[in-house]
Design a protein around this ligand. Structure first.
Ligand SMILES: CC(C)(COP(=O)(O)OP(=O)(O)OC[C@H]1O[C@@H](n2cnc3c(N)ncnc32)[C@H](O)[C@@H]1OP(=O)(O)O)[C@@H](O)C(=O)NCCC(=O)NCCS
Length: 179
């Protein structure tokens, strides 16, 4: 299995349906801190739904419409990053991410996101990479800023979550801006 060394004992590797049990155990550790921001942990609450989440990304990958990668820290799955969407025809993809508490504060997501963007631009020839987050999710927008994306717009009340409508910030970087 191939993997990318992120340094400090962290590895970035594909995350696949056969790893559903490990993914669910990680989601159980991540749920409290991820759930307030995105519906990621809440769509993987038991083995069946965790496997379905990973299968959905396996299907996206097979269709070249998205991909998901896990981050292992000292052998434990602590988070990951994904192409939520990946559209070769328009040259546009959206990147997303999450971490459980044990993985935060080390620069792992910033490093992993840079790798994904670099691959999308240099290897796949995409033109625009987006990052969507709530304005009050400062940890998320800090990643976007550190990775070199610019804030372009705020979509008002575009994200209904747990009975409340939130704004969505759209961050993006274009291929000619990437170095
Ligand atoms: C968004 C999220 C993944 C960011 O986690 P994070 O640990 O802040 O991000 P990184 O892995 O890039 O690490 C950056 C932190 O490590 C620190 N750091 C340490 N070494 C670093 C390095 N070599 N390079 C960059 N940052 C480093 C940074 O200073 C920063 O900490 P600070 O914010 O306290 O200054 C996390 O908050 C999370 O999972 N949130 C819930 C899910 C979510 O919101 N996902 C995004 C939806 S849009």
């Amino acid at each position: 299995m191939y993997s990318v060394d992120l340094g400090g004992g962290a590895m970035l590797r594909p995350l696949e349906p056969w790893q559903a049990e490990e993914f669910l155990a990680h989601m159980d550790r991540a749920r409290d801190t991820v759930d307030p921001w995105i519906p990621w942990a809440s769509i993987s609450t038991d083995l069946e739904s965790a496997r379905a989440t990973l299968q959905r990304y396996a299907d996206k990958q097979a269709a070249d419409k998205g991909r998901i990668y896990g981050i292992w820290l000292d052998g434990t799955l602590v988070g990951g990053t994904m192409f939520v969407t990946f559209d070769v025809d328009s040259g546009i993809a959206e990147v997303g991410c999450w971490l459980e508490p044990a993985g935060t504060g080390r620069g792992l997501i910033t490093a992993a996101v840079r790798l994904l963007i670099d691959w999308a631009f240099r290897v796949r020839g995409l033109h625009r990479i987006e990052w969507h987050c709530r304005p009050d999710n400062k940890a998320s927008s800090n990643v976007a800023r550190r990775a070199g994306l610019k804030l372009e717009a705020t979509l008002r009340e575009s994200y209904p979550w747990k009975g409340v409508r939130h704004d969505t910030e759209i961050w993006a970087v274009l291929a000619p801006e990437w170095s």
